[in-house]
Ligand binder design. Structure first.
Ligand code: COA
Length: 352
């Protein structure tokens, strides 16, 4: 039995021009070859100074509403997935809701990092099943530029032909494993109850294991007084701390288990699934997950080469690209899977 939740609209937005790996090598010790080999990433986009997640989310959401053929006032709920909110509080959802013009509609930030889309499917499904909502806008938007470990954005962009100071280069290099993987962007989906029989979420598998919080986190926060100070800058606690190897290991172990579980729950085989739409963190992670599941390459779409890891935005951006180029079609069986800081992870099986 499904609630009949359907994706009826989608949109995405990318800020600025693509920034390739050679540009990153201007501000830290890295190379195009290293980044491609270890991650599959060739370029990414960065949010300009003065803009935040809601600025990226607005055009993505407008495109999603347009493709669903509905107006902002038709929405019953807004879920805003981000780990880089406009403001520490009240986040980004109320900012977006105001700019869309849906005043009075519940709008909240969801903090499940790269796994947020899985949580949003679960929550939207529950809202629709309970009758609390008919139409839910889910947005994933990230402005990671704010935690990038360099200051010389003009050198990086090739606008100034100079070298960063040795201290700045050293700091960026210290954080290079993290800095090369993230990119900015926004994706949005409209989820609605549909009368079409058979469509909707068939099964969910959603988990959190808080023992691994410090494998990927921003150490700065309200545990210190004041919560932001010179020490925050001196000690780099505003830059995420990441144990990349461990996150990699967890992803390639937990995600295949979750996919098998969700298929088992729904009583479908891996062969019956048309698409495995995975969070785009590292091409090598998705290749390893695919190999462990034994599914063919053409069923695991990828856009990480162009966009990097846009955290909460990867799945809605990829869904929008696939709806617009005709790869995603009504009636297909899709498995969404993602893992992110927390550690949160899971998968969703949906007949679209
Ligand atoms: N350029 C060049 N060299 C780099 C580098 C870079 N950007 N980043 C790290 N290195 C170097 C390290 O300094 C280290 O050198 P050493 O052996 O001389 O000490 C070496 O490469 C290996 O570093 P390591 O961090 O172990 O690399 P890795 O193979 O684990 O790759 C990641 C790093 C981040 C690409 C990889 O661990 C990863 O993708 N992990 C998952 C992260 C993730 O998905 N995060 C988001 C979750 S949603």
């Amino acid at each position: 039995m499904t609630t009949g939740l359907r994706i009826t609209g989608s949109g995405h937005y990318l800020p600025g021009p693509p920034i390739d790996n050679h540009a990153l090598a201007r501000v830290m010790d890295t190379s195009d070859e290293w980044i491609r080999q270890r991650t599959g990433i060739e370029s990414r986009h960065f949010c300009p100074e003065g803009q935040g997640a809601s600025d990226l989310a607005l055009p993505a959401a407008q495109r999603a509403l347009e493709s669903a053929g509905i107006a902002p006032e038709d929405l019953d709920y807004v879920l805003f997935n981000t780990m880089t909110p406009d403001y520490l509080f009240p986040g980004s959802a109320p900012v977006l809701a105001d700019r869309l013009g849906c005043i009075g509609v519940p709008a909240l930030d969801l903090r499940a990092q790269c796994a947020a889309m899985i949580y949003s499917f679960q929550l939207a499904n529950a809202l629709i099943a309970s009758g609390e909502a008919e139409r839910v806008l889910v947005v994933g938007a990230e402005a990671h530029a704010g935690f990038m470990p360099w200051r010389d954005w003009d050198i990086l962009a090739g606008e100034r032909n100079a070298a960063p100071s040795p201290e700045d280069r050293e700091r960026a290099t210290r954080h290079r494993a993290l800095a090369i993987i993230f990119g900015d962007g926004a994706g949005a989906l409209v989820l609605e109850r549909s009368p079409r029989p058979g469509c909707g979420i068939l099964a969910l598998d959603v988990h959190t294991d808080g023992r691994f919080v410090k494998k990927l986190y921003i150490p700065a926060g309200f545990r210190t007084r004041p919560f932001i100070s010179e020490r925050t800058v001196q000690e780099d606690t505003w830059i995420p701390s990441m144990d990349g190897r461990d996150v990699f290991r967890q992803a390639v172990t937990l995600l295949p288990q979750s996919v098998r579980r969700v298929c088992h729950k729904a009583g479908v085989t891996l062969e019956q699934v048309d698409w495995f739409i995975a969070h785009q963190a590292n091409q090598r992670i998705n290749d390893a997950v695919r190999e462990r599941l034994g599914v063919p390459e053409h069923k695991v779409p990828s856009n990480i080469a162009r966009l990097g890891n846009t955290s909460a935005a990867t799945i809605p951006i990829l869904v929008d690209e696939m709806r617009r180029d005709g790869r995603l079609r009504d009636g297909q069986l899709v498995c969404f899977l993602a893992l992110g800081a927390g550690v949160h992870w899971g998968s969703v099986l949906m007949r679209i």
